[in-house]
Ligand binder design. Structure first.
Ligand code: HEM
Length: 351
């Protein structure tokens, strides 16, 4: 069944992200504060005042500034969208120069293979973050427990090289933990949203069934429009002035790069709310930009494209079993996605 979107002025099969029930991400929970200096000032859920950058150019400028600090924000009572701060040793919370050393330390394996544990250990992984992190820390501390060719053994060996003397076990644990979380929840979240969007506007699904080579375009376009959670990024504290299109910002200012707004900047993306499979690829900022750019983006793209290609070729008649507006959502700050996707596999489905 192909659904057609009716809008004032006519009928179109190019859906707007706002046409699909519940798909569009509301702005992150912030209070707008009065400001007379041309900058958009907000109050973060933590109570801190911050500047919100929304243009593509300004978001890129901030993310390219290697002196803008995450470490200074990730402290008890620091500026945040989350109720608590996070482990200081995970990559996103490290600043230069340690960030660069750890990033170089771990990034070699991305694009090849990632092995964190023996297969028989995997069912033991618990879903509580604290327990999971404890498990990662134990793995890192215990050389004898894992396969010599695996990622952890590789990192333990590399940590003995003089240029990586700064990379102590705590930093390895923090980075591996982020890899576990990113590799699991982030991909599952974007997969759920992409599948939901294409089934809710069935014409999108039909297009990729007819031509599975369009799957990367579908992934790219939903990725452009959908952050992982409600905010798509983390605030930074400036340690040197930042020039923005609305004027300079001083040292000490808290600045939030609003990736989702930047990805809808009409100066860069024509008719930004339209879900179009024929846009040029590779311009969105949903994986971040600069020194903290997502380390797992290539892996995430590969997984999303492989899974969705398999789904559309195996289940050409896949359809939502409920009205899109009846799909339940997890409305988490960090991850926002359909909680379940009830589907019919269709008569041509290969089980
Ligand atoms: C589609 C899924 C994903 C999305 C949308 C995503 C998004 C992001 C974003 C926006 C950042 C930067 C945040 C900022 O600068 O404020 C980031 C950083 C990061 N991501 Fe991802 N991510 C995804 C999947 C993954 C996967 C699969 C992994 C690992 C296997 C991963 C690991 C990381 C790490 C380690 C960082 C921190 C990098 C650094 O600080 O240098 N992510 N991600």
């Amino acid at each position: 069944m192909t659904q057609t979107i009716h809008r004032p002025g006519g009928t179109s099969t190019t859906p707007l992200v706002t046409d699909i029930p519940n798909l569009d991400t509301p702005p992150p929970y912030v209070r707008e504060l009065a400001s007379d200096d041309g900058h958009q000032r907000i109050e973060l859920p933590s109570g801190h005042s911050a500047i919100c950058l929304t243009s593509y150019e300004d978001v890129k400028t901030l993310m390219l500034d290697r002196t803008a600090s995450r470490t200074l924000c990730n402290v008890d009572g620091g500026p945040s969208f989350m109720p608590t701060n996070w482990a200081p040793e995970v990559l996103i919370n490290l600043d230069a120069p340690v960030h660069g050393v750890v990033r170089e330390f771990v990034s070699h394996e991305f694009g090849r293979r990632i092995q964190l544990a023996r297969r028989d250990e995997i069912p033991l992984i618990v879903d509580s973050w604290v327990e999971l992190y404890g498990w990662v820390q134990e793995l890192v501390a215990d050389d004898s427990e894992h396969d010599d060719t695996g990622l952890l053994a590789t990192y333990k060996r590399r940590a003995r090289q003089p240029e990586f003397a700064a990379v102590v076990d705590t930093l390895i644990s923090g980075t591996v933990m982020r890899i576990v979380l990113g590799g699991d929840n982030n991909v599952a979240t974007m997969l759920g949203k992409t599948l939901y969007a294409s089934l809710a506007h069935r014409d999108l699904y039909s297009q990729v069934v007819d031509d599975p080579s369009l799957v990367p375009d579908l992934v790219e376009e939903i990725m452009r429009l959908m952050p992982l959670g409600t905010p798509g990024s983390f605030p930074r504290e400036l340690t040197r002035p930042l020039n923005t299109t609305a004027g300079p910002l001083p040292v000490g200012e808290i600045v939030y790069p609003h990736i989702n707004a930047a990805n809808r900047d009409p100066a860069v993306f024509d008719a930004p709310l339209e879900i179009r499979l024929d846009r040029p690829r590779g311009r969105h900022l949903q994986y971040g930009y600069g020194m903290h750019r997502c380390m797992g983006s290539a892996l995430a793209q590969t997984e999303l494209i492989a899974i969705l290609t398999r789904v559309v070729t195996r289940y050409p008649d896949l359809a939502l079993r409920v009205d899109p507006s009846d799909v339940e959502w997890d409305l988490g700050t960090g991850l926002r996605r359909p909680a379940v996707l009830p589907v019919d596999l269709g008569v041509r489905g290969i089980v």
